[in-house]
Design a protein around this ligand. Sequence first.
Ligand code: NCD
Length: 473
Amino acid sequence: MDLKNRDLITIDDLTNSEIESIFSLSDEMSDKMPEQYGLCAGKVMATIFFEPSTRTRLSFESAMHRLGGSVISVADPKSTSFAKGESIADMARIISSYADIIVLRHPWEGAAQLMADYATVPVINAGDGGHQHPTQTLCDLYTLKKERGDIKGMTIALWGDLKYGRTTHSLIFALAKFGATILFCPSPGLEVPDNIMHKLVTEYGGELEKFSKNHKQNQTGAFPVDAAYITPEQPHQLTMMPGIDLEVTMKAGVDALYVTRPQRERFTSEEKAADLQFPIVDQKLMSGKELQRALVMHPLPRVDELAYDMDADPRSMYFKQAARGVPVRMALIALALGVKKNTMPDAIPATKVDYPVYRREYGVKCSNPRCVTWQETEKNYLKPEFKIVSLKPLTFRCVYCEHGTEPKYVASTEWHQGTTDAKRYNRANSHLAKKIRPENLIAFDSAEEAEKHGYLPGHYAQSQAVKEKPKNE
Ligand code: NCD
């Protein structure tokens, strides 16, 4: 499809063929860089960066300059009305009247989606908290393709902070889309969040196998694998013989080791206080049999997790990944502004699944405290909104930050039909819950919340409600 005027918030916003189209235009542009000047003449890009950045902001700006467009930029939140408490919705409306495209980096998860909801020009997510960073993923995929060809069938190991590393979150879905096998090697305590694993297996197919701490691969310590995602493109017997199959995969060798730094700025106080270990990627680790031909990738910046002794190694790709940010972002800007057209036929349909939407003003809040829906400046106009991604257990996915929330109680608009004494709530895991049609569903985080809104405990609320809230209270 045409990318003109489209937002890029998560990597799911692009089909494989759209990604291929961005890459073929990136190739064309990097081959004939001077000829691109003038393509975006008269267009203005706003780069709004409320978190530190070197590569992402400068490569976006360099890309727009090379296309002959102009750039207006904010790199310090304290210098904007954000510091005075201005909402993202208002900022979106204002910046849309100054620029033709907005690139946003923000610490709140879901901020880019919210900006896109109110902006009248395309919004590109340059990183929203620990959620996603789709344009870094484009640079990562582009590097894999340029260095090794077809991503289908590759084995990619993700290493380091997989809990807060937003680049890995976007990359996981991209690798799954293109049919790669993924090995998860998190620093202990920084494993991939459940909502991401859930989305991976339910929407991308394939199999996910988690290995116990005693698993052979973990015992060696050299290359501990916590979990593996086996693409449906490459039929394995992993769930039947996990040990054997992982060994086969490892013997074949890893194609790339994707390293991330500990995202300390996002750690909870407990994580800051805990003595979390961050194994180092260096020549010693990379001399292991399974890593012999593995590319070493990193979105940068590095701290201590990637040794400088890797820099001269031909397997190291991180400086190339960063350099490729310019042609990749040039292609993306040109397509989003409509000065270039998507050249690839849309052979593979989008992976986005259409779930029923849940949107009520009360009852359920997103379980993620870093979500944009929790922020003071946004609460006057922003109502929580979810996709109902599972009925058993009842699970909502926030449309902004994509975190999962499991409401405890439910009611149905059909049960009370206007009469207050028929307003009953029941446990979300009771058989009644499944009978409620999505459009009639009312969900609650707690019994207190249900009662605050005039609902009484129904027959199937009692047992848990009593446990949580003694009757005589
Ligand atoms: C990454 C980011 O900001 O998420 N950096 C980047 O954009 N290249 C990775 C990081 O900060 O660790």
